[in-house]
Design a protein around this ligand. Sequence first.
Ligand SMILES: *Cc1c(COP(=O)(O)O)cnc(C)c1O
Length: 372
Amino acid sequence: MSSIYSKYQLKEVINASGRMTILGVSTPRDDVVDAVNLGLNHYFEMKDLVDKTGAYLAGLLGVENAVIVSCASAGIAQSVAAVIVKDDLNLLVNLHAAPLTVPHDIVLPKGHNVNFGAPVGTMVALGGGKVVEAGYANECSPEQLAAAIGPQTAAVLYIKSHHCVQKSILSVEQAATVAHGHHLPLIVDAAAEEDLAVYYRQGADLVIYSGAKAIEGPTSGLVIGKTQPVEWVKRQGNGIGRAMKVGKEGILGLAQAIESYLGREKESGEEMVAKITPFIDRLNTLSGISARVIWDSAGRDIARAEMHFDEQVLGIATADIVSALKMGDPAIYFRGYKANAGIIEVDVRSVTPAQLDIICLRISELGTGPRP
Ligand SMILES: *Cc1c(COP(=O)(O)O)cnc(C)c1O
């Protein structure tokens, strides 16, 4: 295996940042790898494969309908296209050929118009939609959402993510009430979320998940929802969806990953605390560093270690520590969202105890470095 790293001159990576696309997201378990392998080695009637895996997953999840797509971003683009095109066969193949005369505004809270690695608005545009922001950067009430809806609105979009502004923004249930009050569908992007049924139950018509994040499947995505809009998403396979095609291996791999995910006790936040506590205790013996347990800012049951660097004592800026650790070999990646506040987060879900030792060692080397 390490021959791949040497063949292409790649650095080995310790992923202490969580499910990050820039590092390859996750490493699926053996049952998923077997399902991918089986998919690669057989032929299927593809329409049947899409329909029947979708129906099977819908049954498991207690939703009306489901379809596997190539990734969550593709799910957003195809969901937007689905609610604009519906079953118009001419529009299906001419979505971008001329200015749209059918409703195509996609209303979302301004605080949800985020960049998750690519902008939400780019996916909306791929699907033929135009973003219309509701409310302000730091607030969106049901009334503010409703005020942004007009005759050209095709759907309401809600992004459930740690990337979004969390406070003073309406709930998924409230967004569903507003959308349905205007006879519009609600699309929820829950790409990295862990609960595969809750947003559907809260009233969403389409809910989108990333296959490789919480579910730990292959590169893929899942769209669940009401029967009709999911069928419209499937139709996009003959439109924009063709440019984001998912293969049989991705379909079978994700279907298996979802079934296993639902059947498995997931690592609890308390178990993560148990794993990181010795690591935190060791860090706290180093000068210039203090560490503690913190909980996921988006409310998921994920515990991480937060390291605070005293830049005065260490004589090095936190951002420089982050980049020094990335530049090393193996490259160590942390969550660096708060580096400008002297804080780094460590997500241990994909880190082995041996790798935690390497991390401690590398950090202690930094701490004993030259002082100004
Ligand atoms: C990761 C993510 C996406 C994109 O998921 P992909 O499967 O990588 O396309 C979309 N939205 C949010 C909020 C995300 O976190």
